[in-house]
Structure formats: structure tokens, C-alpha cells
Design a protein around this ligand. Structure first.
Ligand code: IDP
Ligand code: MG
Length: 139
């Protein structure tokens, strides 16, 4: 069971803007352990697969183009109540609505370019972690 794990990506604009270190520091300070991590990039095909659940939404093409526009950092994180606590740490999808002190309120550029991804359920955390990491890459 992966009930204590979540999956995150530091998205292209946050990588481009030099925020990897600051965001990882927030994640560590909030008590998450890094189980797996890599700097990589999504092709548009891979980004389309990752976000297939949003295929019918009006922003799907924009999202796929954005997420394949530059390198990202992908990670599996561990902590008690990881999924919910990480969503609290990152804040609302739209940074103008994200609570003060959250990662998105501090680092996101817009609702589309919102700095970080966070899984929305234990089930999706497991699926998303498997999308990027083999068993041998987890510690
Ligand atoms: P979440 O990342 O907070 O879970 P979702 O609704 O799952 O938000 O949307 C996935 C991603 O799609 C968002 O993080 C954001 O990058 C992008 N997105 C969501 N809503 C919009 C929108 O209205 N316009 C443009 N991009 C959006
Ligand atoms: Mg989501």
C-alpha cells in the first residue's frame, strides 16, 4: 500500500526560473522524505499520457505543450498522510487563490504555469510514481 506516498513534479517554468532548490527545501522542511527523484523531460506524447485524465478539458493542449516545454524534476515523496499534506503545502491550482506561504503562492506564475504537481489520491500517486520510476530507483 502506498498510502504514505505522493508524487510531485517541479514544472518547467519553476525549473527555468531556478526554483528547484527552494522548492525542495520547502518539501524537506514540511517533513517529506525523498524516495525517488530525477531531472528529466516529458515529450508531448508522454505529457499527453500523463494528463490523459484531462483530455476533454479546454486547457489540455496548452497543458501538454507547457509540460513538454522544458525539463522537470519528478519525485516520489513519503510522509504520513502524504497526499493530503502535500496538497496543503502546494496550495490551490490558481496561485492567486493559493494560501499565503504555500509553494504555488510563492513560486507559480499562473494557473497554467503553477510551479508544482501534486497527486490527488493514493491511487493516482502510485500510478504517477510508476510512470517515472522503476522499483530499483526507489530508496
Ligand atoms: P491540480 O494540479 O491543482 O491538481 P488540475 O485541475 O488537476 O489541478 O489541473 C492539472 C493542471 O492543469 C494544473 O496544475 C495546471 O497546470 C493546469 N490547469 C488547470 N486548470 C487550468 C486552466 O483553467 N487553464 C490553464 N491550465 C490549467
Ligand atoms: Mg490534479
Amino acid at each position: 500500500m502506498a498510502t504514505n506516498r505522493t508524487f510531485t513534479m517541479i514544472k518547467p517554468e519553476a525549473v527555468e526560473n531556478g526554483h528547484i532548490g527552494a522548492i525542495l527545501e520547502r518539501i524537506n522542511a514540511a517533513g517529506f522524505t525523498i524516495v525517488a527523484m530525477k531531472k528529466t523531460a516529458l515529450t508531448s506524447k508522454k505529457a499527453g499520457e500523463f494528463y490523459a485524465v484531462h483530455k476533454e478539458r479546454p486547457f489540455y493542449v496548452e497543458l501538454v505543450n507547457y509540460m513538454s516545454s522544458g525539463p522537470i524534476v519528478a519525485a516520489i515523496l513519503e510522509k504520513e498522510n502524504a497526499v493530503a499534506d502535500f496538497r496543503m503545502l502546494i496550495g490551490a491550482t490558481d496561485p492567486s487563490e493559493a494560501a499565503k506561504g504555500t509553494i504555488r503562492s510563492e513560486f507559480a506564475e499562473s494557473k497554467a504555469k503553477n510551479a508544482v504537481h501534486g497527486s490527488d489520491s493514493d491511487e493516482n500517486a502510485a500510478i504517477e510514481g510508476d510512470f517515472f520510476f522503476s522499483a530499483e530507483e526507489r530508496f
